[in-house]
Each structure stands twice: as structure tokens, then as C-alpha cells.
Write a protein that binds this ligand. Structure first.
Ligand code: CDP
Length: 260
């Protein structure tokens, strides 16, 4: 692969970004549910060139036992990048960044899961980044919440997530890797779509108060769109493949998925 060069401008005179997107435009997104046979629940996401698979196991017996929580399940998230997911080979040992992102994903997902229904158990979420091109923590949350739903884990809601950043003094949604590297900062966020409650909010770079308020609104709008894509992925897996006899149940399934 040829070494990447810093682009002269991240936004051109026509207001378009390096990959031709408008400032408020998401990358092409494809989410799929039930992509792994062994896992209790699974999902994949392609967001531009970022490609991630999430697998969920459990609720199941927790080892090592000293991690046991008597009043609820332990949500154990492991985010890892494959060695070939980035231009420079990623060392296989877990990095500080991977540990931090694992924690951030767990913090974003735990408010929606009825963990108290499974005291002493563990719910394992494995997130593997096959290809990283910016926005992996947000794409991971999108996929992991779908994999949890696919595993039948009781949840209040799916959790859509996106980053809003800044380049050439303008706010942009869903940063690609170049925008992440050479831009002026980013604000990854995740929300509960029905209440707009924020479950992830980080900030890298400096933003004015007005910019943060506008970035939050752009992020919420994008998350609402992502939530529809998540629901469509669940519907494609569960509602699409039904026989004539099941058709009556389809409406009920639709209602349930809309609640998520
Ligand atoms: O992926 P995300 O934006 O959530 O996290 P980040 O720490 O801000 O990393 C931004 C991007 O840098 C990643 O998505 C990768 O494309 C890239 N990266 C890399 O090239 N090599 C690494 N060891 C880590 C990240």
C-alpha cells in the first residue's frame, strides 16, 4: 500500500469532503445480523471502509469467579483490531487504546441491557475490527448492540453511534481515517434514540460551546438514521424469512422491532 499523504484540503471549494461527501453525509453503511454460526448473537457493519464483526455469548457462567456481581450480569466487552486492520501492522498484544475502547463500548451499552435479570452471569461481547478506516468505536457500538439483540438479550433499545468532527473550521459527520488524522478534532457519541439520552460522549480537539451544541444535534440526527438501518438489519434477519402462516405475526414483530 502506498503511504498516505496529507490532503491539501479536507473540504474543497464546493463544500465536498475528500471522499466526495457533504459535511452532514454518512459513509455508505451496511449492517447484517446473524453472521456467525457459533455465537449466540452476531452482527457485522461496513461503514465506508471500516469493517467490524461483533459476537455475543451468554448470559453464561462467569469465569474467573472473582469478577461475579451478585445483583446483575457482568457485561464484558473485548474490542480488538486484527493485525492486518491498519496500514502499519498492529501488534497483537492488547493496547491501551483497545482497553479504553472496550470500556467505552461497555459503558455505552450497559444502560440499555436489563443486566439485573441475570445476576452472577456474564454477557460476553467480542468486537473484532477487520479493517479500520476511522470511527471504529462508534461502528463497534452499532454492531454490538445489534448482536446483543440477535442473542435475545433483553434490552430497552438499540444504541446507534456516530462521531461528529471538525475540518477546515466546519463540522462534519462520520469521519473517515484521513479526517480523523488530519482534522481539527472529533466527538464520538452514542444515544438512546427514543429519549435522546447520551450514553457516549468523548471529545478530541477543541470546539466552541456553539460548535458542541450544533455537533450534538448533527450527531443525534445521524444516530436516528443509523437506528433505522439497525432496525432494517434486524427485520431482514427475522421478519423477511417467514412463511405465509407466519405473516400474521409479522405485524407484531414489526411493532416489537420498532420499540427497540
Ligand atoms: O476508530 P476510532 O475513531 O473510534 O478511534 P481512534 O483511536 O480515534 O482511531 C482513529 C483511526 O485511526 C482508526 O479508526 C484507524 O483507522 C486508525 N488507527 C490506525 O491506523 N492504527 C492504530 N493502531 C489505531 C488506529
Amino acid at each position: 500500500m502506498s503511504p498516505e499523504k496529507k490532503p491539501d484540503n479536507l473540504i474543497n471549494a464546493e463544500g465536498l469532503r475528500v471522499d466526495g461527501r457533504r459535511i452532514d453525509e454518512l459513509r455508505p453503511i451496511e449492517m447484517k445480523v446473524g453472521v456467525l454460526k457459533q455465537a449466540d448473537g452476531s452482527a457485522s457493519i461496513r461503514q465506508g471502509k471500516t469493517y467490524i464483526i461483533a459476537a455475543v455469548y451468554g448470559p453464561r457462567e462467569l469465569h474467573p469467579r472473582h469478577l461475579t456481581l451478585n445483583d446483575r450480569a457482568y457485561l464484558r466487552v473485548v474490542y480488538r483490531m486484527t493485525t492486518f486492520s491498519v496500514p502499519d501492522r498492529k501488534r497483537p498484544a492488547p493496547s491501551r487504546r483497545e482497553k479504553e475502547i472496550s470500556m467505552v463500548i461497555a459503558n455505552a451499552l450497559s444502560p440499555v441491557i436489563f443486566l439485573e435479570e441475570f445476576p452472577k452471569a456474564v454477557i460476553d461481547v467480542f468486537v473484532t475490527v477487520i479493517q479500520a478506516d476511522g470511527g471504529t468505536r462508534c461502528a463497534a457500538i452499532n454492531a454490538a448492540s445489534l448482536a446483543l439483540a440477535d442473542a435475545g438479550i433483553p434490552m430497552k433499545s438499540l444504541v446507534p453511534s456516530v462521531a461528529v468532527g471538525k475540518a477546515e473550521g466546519q463540522l462534519i459527520v462520520d469521519l473517515g481515517d484521513e479526517e480523523d488524522k488530519y482534522g481539527q478534532g472529533d466527538i464520538p457519541m452514542a444515544i438512546l434514540p427514543h429519549t435522546e439520552e447520551i450514553v457516549l460522549l468523548q471529545q478530541d480537539g477543541s470546539f466552541t460551546r456553539e460548535e458542541i451544541i450544533e455537533a450534538l444535534q448533527m450527531g443525534i440526527n445521524s444516530c436516528k438514521y443509523l437506528h433505522e438501518v439497525q432496525k432494517d438489519a434486524l427485520k431482514a434477519a427475522y421478519v423477511g424469512a417467514t412463511s405465509d402462516e407466519d405473516e400474521e405475526n409479522d405485524d407484531e414483530d414489526d411493532d416489537y422491532l420498532d420499540d427497540l
